[in-house]
Design a protein around this ligand. Structure first.
Ligand SMILES: Nc1ncnc2c1ncn2[C@@H]1O[C@H](COP(=O)(O)OP(=O)(O)O)[C@@H](O)[C@H]1O
Ligand SMILES: N[C@@H](CC(=O)OP(=O)(O)O)C(=O)O
Length: 456
């Protein structure tokens, strides 16, 4: 039975990490389809190759600075040297990096996407070369050749359905290892477009679904998905098994270990996801599975916080009685090309929560002004100091008191709560706090539910 194996940036950051990846691929002949990210951080303050490529895209339009270009070449060259590849084999990678600024583009967004995507593209080419040098039949597969077609949003593309027909028809030798670059696809206009940041996980799920492979191993730098971010809680409890929808809600709100959009192709293709550690490949990791037959062991499965939200608060008496109010609001959002995340409301109050990564200061000012002119609220406040705490668990379906317990923990600890959103999803509760309180809120909720559970 074949497996798709995806390796994140930290797993491919340098020659030593690459060697671990090669050993993992070689240790199990079922690992026939490999998806790679761009080389990531080697240490905390390091710069990911994707970020260097963004810098290169900017520098190459300015006056002659070549800092990023040099650093990118150094990163790939160091991996090539680790495996003693001949200069002639490495030459196409070097030439491609040097030629990136020479292309013509329909607009600047596609230019940026083209630069970014090369982090993964060059790494997949290099991985195939390394595997071949070590005697493993391996082949680099370009998304254009595989028919991985995505929507024409240059830097936030989504997969189009024809991809699955194309992948199902992909011809390959059963014995060879296929190496796909993560993170990008080709638009119907034959432009390179990337998924949102962290999107190589999405490629792994798409390829698994498209090739009809039912196991997707996602290798990263932690031995498990934990109940809370290990950067906030010291040695949090590991999660052995969780459901697709638990993972989706948690990654949406902060569990950066697996991308929330990557769950969807896995659900559609009935692909089981196993998150594992490149530095400890024997550890069982975390299984992400369908809801059917899943038995939750604890009232909650995870707790997380996220700062990429801002809110617009409106107050006016009898807001609830105004026919068409929401329609007018949505028309304004549509005009600015803005989507909203949540809209909890009361009789006189309305809060709209946005993903703040889609704004700049000018759009915020224009949006607020237009909402004021059209809806005439007595109070209109843009709230940037906003954090969302997400408490998630299939166990909450049965034990509805978990939500109220989480909220009462915060009130006992004196952490003010400015929004509660419960009910839209039966397995999660969303709690708004200030950013300064967010980590402490996660710590307090974690300790309330997991004080007696064995730690990692
Ligand atoms: N609940 C969690 N469990 C495990 N890791 C988490 C969690 N929340 C956040 N993380 C972070 O996710 C990181 C792994 O994701 P990422 O850096 O994207 O890896 P990769 O380079 O493999 O794609 C971990 O090092 C950890 O800091
Ligand atoms: N390299 C891309 C895509 C990605 O998924 O990377 P990583 O696996 O290192 O999170 C990014 O940095 O966004």
């Amino acid at each position: 039975m074949k497996k798709v194996v995806k390796f994140g940036g930290t797993s491919l950051a340098d020659g030593r990490q690459y060697q671990k990846v090669v050993d993992i691929i070689k240790s199990n002949s079922e690992r026939k389809v490999v998806v790679v990210s761009a080389p990531g951080k080697r240490f905390d303050d390091d710069i990911k190759v994707t970020d260097l490529l963004i810098q290169y895209a900017q520098e190459s339009q300015q006056d002659g600075s070549q800092t990023a270009q040099t650093e990118i070449i150094t990163r790939y060259q160091a991996i090539s040297d680790y495996f003693q590849l001949d200069a002639a084999i490495f030459a196409p990678i070097l030439d491609t990096i040097l030629a990136l600024p020479d292309q013509e583009f329909i607009d600047p967004d596609y230019r940026l996407a083209y630069f970014k995507a090369h982090g993964e593209k060059l790494n997949a080419m290099l991985m195939a070369m390394v595997l071949q040098k070590l005697g493993l039949p391996a082949r680099f597969i370009d998304p254009s050749q595989a028919g991985l077609i995505v929507s024409d949003n240059a830097n936030s593309a989504t997969v189009l359905p024809e991809t699955y027909t194309n992948l199902a028809q992909l011809k390959y030798d059963e014995e060879e290892v296929l190496v796909f670059p993560g993170f990008f696809g080709i638009t119907p206009n034959e432009q390179i477009a990337t998924f949102a940041r962290g999107g190589s996980d999405i490629t792994g799920s798409i390829v698994a679904r498209g090739l009809g492979i039912s196991v997707y191993e996602n290798f990263t730098d932690v031995s498990s998905i934990y109940v809370a971010n290990p950067k906030i809680i010291d040695h949090p409890a590991p999660i052995a098994e969780m459901t697709y929808r638990e993972m989706r809600e948690l990654s949406y709100a902060g569990f950066s270990v697996f991308n929330d959009e990557a769950i969807i192709p896995a659900i559609e293709g009935e692909v089981t996801i196993n998150v594992k550690n490149t530095n400890d490949p024997q550890a069982p990791g975390t299984m992400i599975v369908p809801e059917d037959g899943f038995q939750p062991q604890y009232p909650i499965t995870g707790v997380t916080s996220s700062n990429h939200f801002s809110a617009l608060y409106l107050h006016r008496y009898l807001l609830n009685q105004e026919v068409g109010l929401t329609l007018k609001l949505l028309q304004i959002f549509y005009k600015y090309g803005i989507s909203y995340e949540h809209m909890p409301s009361g009789i006189d109050d309305l809060t709209i929560i946005f993903d703040n990564r889609q704004f700049n200061q000018t759009t915020i000012e224009q949006l607020c002004q237009e909402v004021q002119e059209v809806l005439h609220p007595d109070t209109l406040k843009w709230i940037d100091d906003y954090s969302i705490i997400m408490v998630v668990g299939e166990g909450m379906l049965r034990q509805s008191k978990a939500a109220s317990e989480a909220i009462s923990v915060l009130s006992q600890k004196g952490i003010p709560v400015n929004m509660i959103n419960q009910g839209a999803s039966q397995i999660s509760t969303m709690i708004g706090t200030s950013r300064a309180d967010a980590d402490q809120a996660v710590i307090d909720i974690y300790h309330h539910f997991f004080k007696n559970r064995k730690e990692a």
